[in-house]
Design a binder for this molecule. Sequence first.
Ligand SMILES: [Zn+2]
Length: 81
Amino acid sequence: MAEITCTRCGQTREGLDSAPYPDDMGQEILDKICAECWHECKGMQVMVINENRLDLSDPRAHEILEKSTREFLGLTPFKSD
Ligand SMILES: [Zn+2]
C-alpha cells in the first residue's frame, strides 16, 4: 500500500489499495485521499443516504451522493454534462 499526501487532511498516510469507483472520481480518490479520510467519507455517505432516503437504483441518487462525496473530500466539483 503506497503512502500519499492526502489533499483533505494534508498528512502523508496510507492511501487506498484500489480505486473505490471505476470512474474519474474513483481515480481522483485513489490519487489524493488517504484511507482514513476515505473511511470517514463512507460514514458520511451512509448518513446522506439515510437522511435523503436515497434509492441507489435511481441515477439521481448517485448524482447526489457523488456531489456530497466530492464536497466532503474537496475533490474537483461535480460536473454534469
Ligand atoms: Zn486524509
